[in-house]
Design a binder for this molecule. Structure first.
Ligand code: HEC
Length: 682
């Protein structure tokens, strides 16, 4: 028997569900590692960020990207490479990528995928580039957005979705002032010609245009679909969750509600025309991107079954809408929220709050929620907590620091949820980790005498340290900047800093002195020359988030909040209630009760099987686990050779069920690996 996993997250509706039952509650504890696929394609000295690919499997072949962003076809029984394709022609490559899209026509099959700002089409059999697609096998995604293609970058991270010989594609764009608009586009899979475009930042005459200043469509960007979509093939409607408009944390130049920022848009999949929309955050000031593809579910309400779409958010709300009309299944109320405190900003006075279901993670940090792992831990966070603003989900960033809970990491994240059509259960993993956002006015140079190196050090400590570390060593999501000179040219480095990439915001508000200083610091130069006193007494052009994505941690580096620090939740769409919630991930040294896990930060989604199991890795403790889908009881746990920050895949070839997951690289194995598990033969 064969069972494929032909689409990212299992199918076009992004269910992450498999009908397989060979691996089940009774035997899951016998799972063993059966092979690994190690691409070993990273250039010397390079270790890529999280390896987020959810491989697809068709006809006994796995199609996956590596963390370096090569594409591979791999024998699904043995892990043996069939072919590889390098879009970067030997260059460094990389960039977040969650996988590829498969399309088959009458006599051929294609693999579509994106690298840098290009959409490629390959022959699924051979990996050869299809020359007749786009221009010599690729389409330039910087084109046709109505902006100068050389001034922007558009780099999709989640694979596109197929509808009738078209691939519908979202994008990742810069998080900074220079971001491209996140328009959604469909391309012919045969020719690469653009079939339609939906303006996520409406243009004059289009619905939603009045929710911005008149010219904003020319100079703002973002509102992009980076996390993937769900397609209702029968209805011909595609549901796309969108991110924040830019700049993420300061919106003085985009007064208004800013449609379709942070909205779920339902589009006619054939034409790109808007069917309905719902905006989850008006005038976003928190980077509350909608971070996960929605799920197509069936809910039961007042004795009636309704086809619905379930949407999770970083704020930990679970929204449910009628799939056809967009009508909320449960009332959503507009409630007053706090105003902004900084110059130029006008926060939107109200935000929508679903009345039901309850959020799946805690919202808004308060004193009684602060960590209780030890008196020292509590003291270390209480002092800082009292100095900051903590005023619920929608308190705008403040120069003093604003506490976010959940923050930019969720709540939910890009792994999304898994939906079991048999039981009506929706499985959602949540992060419970407070963060701090602090805004500084950009371009205000210090007074006093500094060398360029010292000034650069200071700039680094203000803008870069939260991600790249005290000693440039990097962290789980950000690369080390030590010995940068050995890897990156100066021009390339400066370009990266100004434009940003992935989670890294672009720093394009730097003054000339700041630019020279940060480069001097990173390349260990400029120790003699003194920075001239404020060359031009700058009038600030805007604000930048100086603690960008900063964790609020105790003195030992654990979250500043009481456990659990990450959860797995089962919501029953038929009863409207949660069936269970369990901590996900563990720090054994901090367990308060021997058999209750602490929970941990988690990245990557769950999958659910007819065998009664929910599989999920995702956690920082680098484990892979299986839970009983009815009870939440953990039935299996194993160590991975690195972080499983990806959504697993399951399939059957020649009667054997396999479970595979992409594992992020380590110092020993910088490329990462795909690890495959199965039951012993017998
Ligand atoms: C929010 C976290 C964050 C902040 C703040 C941040 N970076 Fe980054 N940085 C990243 C991430 C993530 C990458 C990897 C981006 C990619 O290529 O996907 C990166 C990449 C880089 C690179 C390229 C490194 C390489 O080996 O390719 C440089 C250089 C860099 N950052 C410098 C800086 C400087 C200088 C600052 C402060 C002005 C800064 N970053 C602020 C997260 C951050």
């Amino acid at each position: 028997m064969e069972q494929s996993w032909p689409v990212y997250k299992a199918d076009a509706s992004s269910s992450s569900y498999s009908p397989l039952t060979q691996i089940n509650r009774d035997n899951v504890d016998q799972l063993q590692l059966v092979w690994r696929f190690d691409p070993e394609d990273a250039p010397a000295g390079v270790r890529y960020g999280k390896y987020e690919c959810n491989p697809i499997v068709i006809g006994g072949v796995i199609y996956a990207t590596s963390a370096r962003r090569r594409v591979y076809a791999v024998d699904a029984r043995t892990g043996t490479k069939i072919w590889g394709f390098d879009p970067f022609d030997g260059e460094r490559g990389g960039g977040m990528c969650r996988g590829v899209t498969y399309w088959s026509g009458q006599n051929e099959a294609r693999i579509l995928f994106t690298a840098d700002h290009f959409l490629y089409a390959l022959d699924a059999k051979t990996g050869a580039i299809i020359q007749s697609f786009g221009a010599n096998g690729k389409v330039d995604l910087n084109q046709d957005l109505g902006v100068d293609p050389d001034s922007v970058w558009v780099k999709p991270t989640t694979p596109g979705i197929i509808y009738k010989d078209m691939i519908i594609l979202g994008s990742e764009v810069s998080e900074s002032y220079d971001a491209a608009p996140g328009h959604i586009r469909a391309y012919s899979v045969k020719t690469g010609a653009m079939a339609w475009i939906f303006h996520t930042i409406p243009q004059p005459g289009e619905f939603g245009y009045e929710t911005w200043p008149p010219d904003a469509w020319n100079y703002t960007g973002g509102a992009n679909n980076w996390a993937g979509m769900a397609l209702d093939e029968e209805r011909g409607i595609v549901y796309a969750p969108l991110g924040s408009p830019t700049y993420d944390f300061y919106g003085a130049n985009r007064k208004g509600e800013n449609l379709f920022g942070n909205s779920l848009v339902a589009l006619d999949a054939g034409t790109g025309k808007l069917v309905w929309h719902f905006q989850t955050v008006h005038h976003d000031l928190w980077d509350y991107d909608l971070p996960a593809p929605p799920n197509l579910v069936t809910v039961e309400k007042d004795g009636k079954k309704i086809d619905a779409v379930a949407l999770t958010s970083k704020t930990a709300f679970l929204y449910l809408f009628d799939r056809q009309t967009g009508e909320p299944i449960y009332p959503i109320e507009e409630k007053a929220v706090p105003p902004a405190t900084i110059e130029g900003e006008t926060a939107w006075p109200t935000q929508p709050f679903p009345s039901h279901p309850a959020p799946f993670s805690r919202q808004g940090l308060s004193e009684d929620l602060l960590t209780d792992v030890s008196t020292e831990a509590r003291d270390s966070v209480l002092k800082r907590f009292k100095k900051m603003r903590s005023d619920g989900l929608f308190a705008p960033a403040d120069p003093q620091g604003t506490v976010m809970l959940p923050g930019t990491r969720g709540g939910a994240e890009w792994g999304g949820s898994a939906y079991d059509p048999n039981s009506g259960l929706l499985f959602i993993n949540g992060n419970e980790s407070p963060e701090i956002i602090t805004l500084h006015q950009a371009g205000l140079e210090p007074k006093g005498r500094f060398t360029f190196n010292q000034f650069g050090n200071r700039y680094y400590k203000t803008y870069c340290v939260t991600c790249h570390g005290e000693n440039l060593e990097g962290d789980i999501s950000s690369p080390s900047l030590q010995d940068l000179g050995a890897r990156l040219a100066k021009a390339e480095t400066l370009d990266k800093i100004k434009k940003g990439a992935g989670r890294m915001p672009g720093f394009n508000l730097m003054t000339e002195n700041e630019e020279k200083a940060i480069m001097a610091f990173l390349f260990d130069e400029g120790k003699e020359e003194i920075v001239p006193r404020s060359v031009d007494p700058k009038t600030s052009q805007g604000y930048q988030n100086v603690t960008a994505y900063s964790y609020f941690l105790d003195h030992e580096g654990y979250p500043a909040i009481k456990q659990p620090w990450g959860t797995l939740n089962a919501y029953n769409c038929l009863t409207g209630n949660y069936e269970w919630q369990v901590p996900l991930g563990n720090y054994p040294e901090k367990q308060k009760v021997a058999d209750i896990h602490t929970g941990a930060e988690n990245w990557g989604g769950p999958i659910v099987t007819a065998g009664g199991l929910v599989f999920i890795a995702a956690t920082k403790d680098e484990k892979f686990r299986a839970f009983d889908k009815s009870s939440g009881k953990m039935l299996w746990e194993t160590d991975l050779p690195g972080g499983g920050y990806a959504t697993p895949t399951t399939y059957m070839v020649k009667g054997r069920q396999y479970l595979i997951i992409a594992v992020t690289g380590t110092n020993e194995n910088p490329t990462g690996t795909i690890a495959a598990f199965a039951l012993p033969k017998g």
